[in-house]
Design a protein around this ligand. Structure first.
Ligand code: NAP
Length: 381
């Protein structure tokens, strides 16, 4: 009788031989391991697939009830909200949340520096061979500035850690602020990718399964962890770092006093179209708006209007409603808007990190243990 299939949706040429051997060693006794990205071949194999990973068509994952576990190779999982209830009960999907944190945070910081250090204008002036320093008032620093980070998960916490290094006050916005742990605010040092990944996994496990609050909450007695004395610390450079975490109901309040507003929110019914005319009215004129979550969270016409009227001072979008953004889209020529082509998660270490998440989960799966980074289909992240 033919064995169940473990399918890695990849061109065999791109899979490092060592990684192929690792899967084979781990699962070869139980599964026939197949590596292909070819849709016809996958369709043909579909009735035998039990475990699937990476690039596997979503309709196949959803349709074939024999598929027990799908390890997707990216973080955003909004598509899982459309999986029918009958199928959702028997399917586990895990994502790679956590692996993008370093690249995303660095690209976000770079985007903000383009404005605060006047680098956009310097690049443009260079193309004109124009030595044009501008005025002192056109240069600002992030030390002491208020940075709001909406979506305080794996990526958001990394973003917060980088800004705290610069001495900014960081305000995280989460769906469940009661799950905030005081260590989220102690980041005057940047944690390693590995420890962030681990924290993300732990956070998911403690948050999604236990339903309990962490000790930090009980100790603080205040879900906002607004103890600025203890959360405010001198960093190595002498810069002051502080912050607190709030829930979604306070989003507009904290946005009203933001120097930099960053969103790395997952796409959910609550976050779709969130950044609308009312939101851009609330942001102060000095604010820089950054979105690395999903394009449909922003009303692009309203953002363009706010930028054109100089009602906010700049924006960085890594995601847009239409992707790829067509060449004739008016967004390209909006003043003080920087657009990057959804590259926040790109990294030369992507395969290595995503594969590590998959392999660790495969080990757990084979031992009948709880998987990490399990997506909640109702929430879509
Ligand atoms: N531009 C890119 O290339 C790129 C790359 C990777 C990811 N992303 C985007 O970034 C998102 C976040 O990734 P991640 O790895 O950081 O995910 P994550 O670890 O799952 O974190 C998501 C965070 O968002 C919060 N959240 C969810 N719904 C919310 C709501 N309605 N209101 C307020 N907070 C809410 C969660 O709060 P709780 O923890 O309290 O539940 C959590 O803190 C992804 O879903 C994806 O859309 C983009």
């Amino acid at each position: 009788m033919s064995r169940d299939v473990l399918l890695l949706g990849a061109d065999p040429q791109i899979v490092p031989p060592g990684d192929r051997e690792r899967i084979q060693e781990l699962a070869g006794h139980r599964f026939e391991v197949l590596i292909t990205e070819d849709r016809d071949r996958i369709e043909h194999l579909a009735p035998r697939i039990r475990v699937a990973a990476r690039h596997v068509p979503r309709d196949i994952v959803t349709r074939y009830r024999n598929i027990e576990w799908f390890q997707q190779w990216y973080a955003g999982a909004e598509w899982t909200r459309d999986i029918p209830e009958s199928r959702a009960n028997e399917l586990i999907i895990t994502n790679t949340s956590g692996i993008h944190a370093a690249g995303m945070a660095e690209q976000i910081l770079g985007g903000v520096f383009l404005f605060t250090r006047r680098l956009r204008r310097a690049c443009h002036a260079q193309t004109q061979r124009d030595w044009n320093p501008g005025t002192m008032a056109e240069y600002s620093e992030l030390e002491g500035k208020r940075v709001v980070v909406a979506g305080y998960g794996a990526v958001g916490r990394r973003v917060g850690a980088l800004f705290r290094c610069l001495g900014s006050e960081v305000i995280g916005v989460r769906r469940r602020p009661l799950h905030a742990d005081s260590s989220e605010l102690e980041g005057h040092k940047v944690e390693s990718q590995e420890s962030e990944d681990q924290k993300s996994e732990d956070h998911r496990l403690s948050g999604d399964q236990s339903g309990e609050h962490k000790l930090g909450d009980e100790a603080s007695g205040d879900h906002r962890l607004r103890d600025r004395t203890s959360a405010t610390e001198a960093s190595g450079s002498g810069a002051r770092a502080s912050g607190y975490v709030v829930g979604m109901e306070e989003l507009f309040d904290v946005a009203a006093d933001a120097d930099v507003f960053i969103s790395v929110l997952p796409l959910t019914p609550e976050t779709e179209d969130l950044f609308d005319a009312r939101f851009f009215e609330v942001l102060p004129q000095r604010a820089i708006f950054v979105n690395f979550g999903r394009g449909t969270q922003v009303d692009e016409r309203e953002l363009a209007d706010a930028l054109s009227r100089e009602a906010i001072s700049g924006a960085v979008l890594d995601v847009t409603r239409r992707e790829p953004l067509p060449a004739d889209d008016p967004l390209w020529s909006v003043p003080n808007l920087v657009i990057t082509p959804h590259t926040g998660g790109f990294s030369d270490r992507y395969w290595e990190r995503a594969f590590a998440v998959f392999l660790a989960n495969l080990r757990r799966y084979l031992q009948g243990e709880q998987l990490r980074n399990v997506v909640d289909f109702h929430q879509g992240y």
